[in-house]
Design a protein around this ligand. Structure first.
Ligand code: 6R9
Length: 653
């Protein structure tokens, strides 16, 4: 095998930043030079965008790798930086959150409101005996109280562990037990798909297995009936009656801020630990730099859930530390209709939108008429995160959402990295559809081969980070050895992210998916992302997921699951003809080596709760069934296999 990862996809489209945006951009090209000249001085300057109670003695202590300390000896309070300092500067009346419930109810919270509520919650938690260093689990729908709960923990130095509201009782109790949390903050329920869902019942079931839990604090959102026990307290009786006065104490820069669980390859989720000063520095700087956020004029909206790292860094800590006005939406994108997102953009005049490829592809599938029906002219920067964005999805996003002139920033990062690492800067970088382009100023990323050697331009391999960064994970909660083994052992002295990537001829970076998903076809390592992108570049395809299935002659063979766009006819012969056309299309786009052995037309793809395609399940479907050359949508057994797999995956959690 000559190459570590084949580089098949060619992309020649390029889009320069709009001149007006470039002229007024928060961050210009000189940031790269400045950071290259002195990386630590650069990060120290970004740390000074925050208010510190005590200045640090040392920017970085890397004497005991991979255990980093940033801003050693410095002290600050995260909630103070997100709230108090804006209020103190006379911006208390500025809107922090325009909240929209799924049923259409709304709330507007100014910085003064958010500050008062956070102080009340901090006082209430302290009264319940929560002290600095204690862990608090948060299991809430997308309501303002989710942000308040996180900020209240940060304010008193308690470490929060937010668990996505879609997780099961087992998943929740496992995470509570791993962190030995003292308190859970939840709600009676939330609205999803037009119905109230129950959260408190799941917490009751989970907490039965969690002896460390002393109290359950419950926000009333839906008003549904809930069972009640002695340890339960209503938020409106406990928090909303507490004093709105609370003085934030500073904490050490390395004080634990939060744990966020991310599932690894083994069953036991990893509790990724983030600390205070470095995390906030990078979350805050990247919000300012990557989104060109202007707090006075922008209305920002990140569609992620607070249960994922994107919600932590780019709904709570990034926007609020910058004093932004943002939109927060509780529900699903197709309730009550498929244009809901675009109605929200229109209604609030959203200027910066941050969403995920899975949503963009879903919107492509639904059809152009939904965004066309709303006024999206306020948008000026679009962001993407969570998966590789296929060039055609990128183009669709720019054209249909960004009126063909809005920069699209494809941002690569992970729960582990805490904040954005690789991304264009909207006022600086000429973008290429599907490329995350360059590491941000102050970040050192590279693509290496099996031996850890940097690949030349045009080559593919493993994405690594060569230098520590401020918002890096500090460890896996309670398991330093697993931290070392998982991230720092594959390539000595480098952080290995688990992703494949390539450098194009200009040295720009293209993410190629998880290396566990790479297919080995006749001795060539082929990325699932490239084959998926080739499929999505066909006008009849909305989404595609590609896996390698064991094959007697080629080792692995490429099997593709493809969702046609809404208007495409796939009945009978039309389906067969489309499959043939798609196989040929991939061969023509990427070369014959990448031609799928089989293509299945399907109505849905199995996804994780955060919207990432679960190729593992598709591999099972592809391998455990000898399928003919073609299988179409009409073959319901394939869909049953996919949905059975999804059910068992959900019960795994
Ligand atoms: C922020 C987040 C991390 C994994 C990461 C990679 C994939 C995220 C991406 C991307 C290609 C991008 N990923 N952003 N792949 N291009 N712009 O999603 O964190 O949930 O921990 O997932 O997501 O595979 O390793 P997390």
């Amino acid at each position: 095998m000559s190459e570590t990862l084949a580089n098949l996809l060619q992309e020649n489209r390029r889009f320069e930043p709009p001149a007006a945006l470039a002229d007024a951009a928060n961050v210009k090209a000189d940031a790269y030079e400045e950071a290259d000249a002195d990386r630590l001085a650069f990060w120290a300057k970004q740390a000074h965008r925050l208010d510190w109670a005590k200045e640090w003695d040392q920017v970085l202590d890397w004497s005991n790798p991979p255990f980093a300390k940033w801003f050693v000896g410095g002290e600050l309070n995260v909630a103070y930086n997100c709230l108090d300092r804006h209020v103190a500067a006379g911006r208390g009346d500025k809107v922090a959150i325009h909240w929209e419930g799924e049923p259409g109810d709304t709330r507007t919270l100014t910085y003064a409101d958010l500050h008062a509520l956070t102080c009340q919650a901090a006082n209430a938690l302290a009264d319940l005996g929560v002290r600095a260093g204690d862990r608090v689990a948060i299991y809430l729908p997308m309501i303002p109280e989710a942000a308040v709960a996180m900020l209240a923990c940060a304010r008193i130095g308690a470490t929060h562990s937010v668990v996505f509201g879609g997780f099961s009782a087992d998943a929740l109790s496992g995470r509570i037990q791993d962190a030995s949390a003292k308190v859970v903050i939840t709600a009676d329920g939330g609205y999803r798909r037009g119905k109230p869902s129950g959260l408190k019942t799941i917490v009751d079931e989970a907490v039965a297995q969690c002896p460390t839990i002393e109290h359950v604090l419950v926000v009333r959102r839906t008003g549904q009936e809930v069972a009640w026990s002695e340890r339960d307290l209503w938020w409106h009786e406990t928090v909303e009656t507490a004093s709105t006065e609370h003085e934030a104490q500073p904490f050490d820069a390395e004080h634990p801020l939060f744990i966020l669980y991310t599932s690894g390859t083994t069953a036991k989720p990893k509790g990724i630990l983030h600390t205070t000063g470095g995390y906030l520095t990078q979350a805050s700087y990247t919000q300012h730099a990557v989104f060109d956020l202007k707090p006075e004029t922008d209305v920002y909206w990140c569609t992620a859930d607070i249960g994922w790292v994107t919600g932590h860094s780019y709904i709570v800590y990034g926007p609020l530390s910058n004093g932004a006005t943002q939109v927060m939406y509780e529900g699903t994108p197709d309730t009550p209709h498929k244009g809901r997102f675009w109605d929200i953009v229109d209604k609030y005049g959203v200027t910066i939108l941050y969403t995920a490829p899975t949503l963009i592809r879903t919107m492509m599938k639904w059809g152009d008429e939904f965004p066309a029906a709303a006024n999206l002219s306020s948008l000026r920067v679009l962001g993407s995160v969570g998966e590789p964005i296929n060039p055609e999805a990128w183009m669709w996003y720019r054209k249909n959402i960004g009126h063909d002139n809005t920069p699209v920033v494809d941002t690569w990062w992970q729960t582990e990295t805490g904040a954005i690492m690789i991304s264009p800067l909207p006022g600086v970088t000429g973008t290429k559809p599907g490329s995350a382009m360059r590491p941000l100023p102050g970040i050192s990323a590279d693509v290496v081969d099996d031996e850890g050697k940097s690949v030349p331009n045009g080559g593919g391999g493993f994405l690594v980070l060569r230098e520590p960064w401020p918002s890096m994970l500090r460890t896996i909660w309670g398991d330093d050895q697993r931290f070392i083994d998982t991230y720092w052992s594959r390539f000595p002295g480098m952080y290995f992210a688990g992703d494949g990537a390539k450098k194009d001829d200009d040295g720009d970076l293209w993410l190629l998916g998880r290396v566990d998903d790479v297919m080995l076809v006749s001795g060539h390592n082929i990325s699932t992302t490239e084959v998926e992108s080739a499929l999505v570049s066909h006008p009849s395809v909305a989404e595609a997921a590609v896996v390698g299935a064991t094959d007697p002659t080629t080792g692995q063979a490429i099997v593709a699951f493809t969702i046609p766009r809404g208007s495409v006819d796939t009945a009978g012969d039309a389906g067969e003809a489309l499959i043939k056309e798609l196989r040929d299309h991939v061969a023509k786009t990427l070369g014959p080596i990448a031609k799928p052995r089989q293509i299945m037309l399907v109505a849905e793809l199995p996804k994780t709760r955060s919207g990432k395609i679960m190729r593992r399940l598709l591999r099972d479907v592809a391998e455990h069934r000898s399928l003919g050359d073609v299988t179409t949508l009409q073959d319901s057994t394939v869909m049953d296999l996919i949905s059975d797999g999804m059910k068992s995956a959900k019960s795994d959690e």
